[in-house]
Design a protein around this ligand. Sequence first.
Ligand code: ADP
Ligand code: MG
Length: 317
Amino acid sequence: VSDSEFDIIQRWFARDQEHRDGLLLGVGDDAAVLECRGRIAVCVDTLVADVHFPASAPADAIGHRALAVNLSDIAAMAARPRWCTLTLTMPQADEGWLDSFTEAFFALAREHGTRLVGGDLSRGPLSVTVQVIGEVGENWLRRSGARPGDDIYITGTPGDSAAGLAVMRDGTADKSAAHAALVARFLRPVPRVQEGLALAGLASSAIDVSDGLLADLGHICNASGCAAVVDVEQLPLSESLLSVCGTDAARQHALAGGDDYELCFTASPERAAEIEQALAALSTPVQRIGEIQSGSGVVATLAGKAFEPPIRGYTHF
Ligand code: ADP
Ligand code: MG
């Protein structure tokens, strides 16, 4: 962003650079140097204004979200996030915007013990790319590994975020607690990092739900070479979602709405008690919603009959 690029980096991004916890060299040199002992998990995601979030979204929500969606990917691998990089393209350097963006970004980074170690800055249409580097132990998770007979679980309450986006977009968001809760779920998704770590060695497969529960469960099925049956009546629907949308739309959002950033995972029924315990210890709701079967594809059933939501998965608008 012009000659002041270095000043911008110093003022807003060169924070938490103490040389500890494996950070040997961070922001300010040609590359960061990190020290780690074992395997690392790496992921990266780009958020483009008006594709992945409304350009008018609050800067703090964008800063939070850019890191949160990557921490969610890291969580689905049962990895511990350690470091991240940030590439920011923006039309101009607006001080207020940068204050809010970085405040939210660094708050979430600190919460998860993740240090910003480098990045890039450029003028252009608003776009944010974050890369997270995490460490994995022996029992890291992947999408393949589900087996017929495994239970299917979801953390939290899927559908809230999609409903929050819907009321934001159609302008019907009001000041009620229910609307505020749904909009907050969209603007500030909570990555299930601790939950992912707790599931290492317990889950047989995992994915974070970004494109919709059925669509993402489909990725587990494809990777694992099996089928999934989801019982619509078991879907954990939040009070806010039900009161704002009613049962039918709530189910639609929960099955096909995107941006939940909950973990969908599978596990052998023998692990049920341990899974319940591990997530109860984190005060995280978890619900069994179906079963892995042999075959291929994902079906939802309601009272024994196939239930097809009008739309299967939202693509990012
Ligand atoms: P170079 O021209 O060598 O690529 P840059 O001017 O792009 O260097 O970056 C200088 C330093 O600032 C590098 O260490 C880089 O990692 C860091 N940096 C640049 N942009 C950001 C950012 N948005 N957040 C954090 N660090 C950044
Ligand atoms: Mg550079």
